[in-house]
Design a protein around this ligand. Structure first.
Ligand code: G3P
Ligand code: MG
Length: 244
């Protein structure tokens, strides 16, 4: 069974640096995170890249779809300036670049498969291929997760050896069947929706439980006391400090 950390950085360290950029991953590591979550979507030419929204507007100022732009063009965009002048020039990283940095930092990835509309399988397959090729699976743990059942199923077929996490806002009626069928190791729930009953059932069934995105240490303490294993947070440094 996978061992999740108590604290995991969200989109790197999204409160301190522009989300899903290399500087955000590095900042999470500097803040003491040993794991980071990030979102992976395919460029127009099928390259897995770190970005959350289907439209580039919020993080690059460009009103266009990620799925319509080739990787080379996505690489030209500034994904840092929106967050702060000090981050101007930060790029949208490829998954391959992000993994190379994480190996160097000794930080494990929670690769969230975040498909554009209709690209559930393709995003999972391409991401798993890059992960299997570029991640030292024999010596560093890794986890993939998704809200998309289709993506998780495709990931399971493509790389059954990569542990999977079922992402939900709150556990749906059929979560027991779905998690078993997809052979998930972890369940990830919105921290505002999770109840002690959820935690008890999920932990009782042998899964590890993660919650997102929890930035208040008081909330985190309650969640950990209820049986949650992992707090996914935008501010890993502050969270680690206040939980220690
Ligand atoms: O993986 C946890 C969390 O990142 C899921 O929501 O929208 O922030 O990707 P979102
Ligand atoms: Mg995410």
């Amino acid at each position: 069974m996978i061992e999740l950390p108590r604290v995991m950085g969200h989109r790197g360290a999204a409160a301190s640096a522009p989300e899903n950029t290399l500087i955000s991953l590095r900042t999470a590591a500097e803040q003491g995170a040993r794991w980071v979550e990030f979102d992976v979507m395919l460029s127009g030419d099928g390259v897995p890249m770190l970005i959350h929204d289907e439209n580039l507007r919020r993080t690059t100022g460009r009103d266009a779809l990620v799925a319509k732009m080739p990787a080379a063009d996505l690489r030209q965009l500034d994904a840092g300036a929106w967050f702060g002048a000090a981050f101007a020039g930060a790029r949208i990283p490829t998954l391959e670049e992000a993994l190379a940095l994480l190996v160097e930092l000794g930080v494990s990835p929670n690769l969230e498969i975040k498909p554009s509309a209709g690209a559930d399988e393709a995003t999972a397959i391409a991401s798993m291929r890059v992960l299997v090729k570029h991640w030292p699976l024999d010596r560093m743990p890794v986890l993939t997760s998704s809200f998309s059942r289709k993506s998780l199923r495709a990931a399971q077929r493509e790389a059954p050896q990569i542990p999977r996490g079922l992402l939900v806002t709150r556990p749906p009626r059929d979560w027991v069947e779905v998690a078993a069928e997809l052979a998930c190791s972890t369940i990830h729930i919105d921290g505002r929706r999770v109840t002690p009953q959820h935690a008890e059932r999920i932990k009782g069934a042998g899964y590890r439980l993660a919650v997102y995105t929890v930035n208040d240490p008081v909330d985190a303490r309650h969640l950990l006391a209820a049986g949650v294993d992992c707090i996914i947070t935008d501010a890993p440094g502050a969270m680690i400090a206040s939980l220690s």
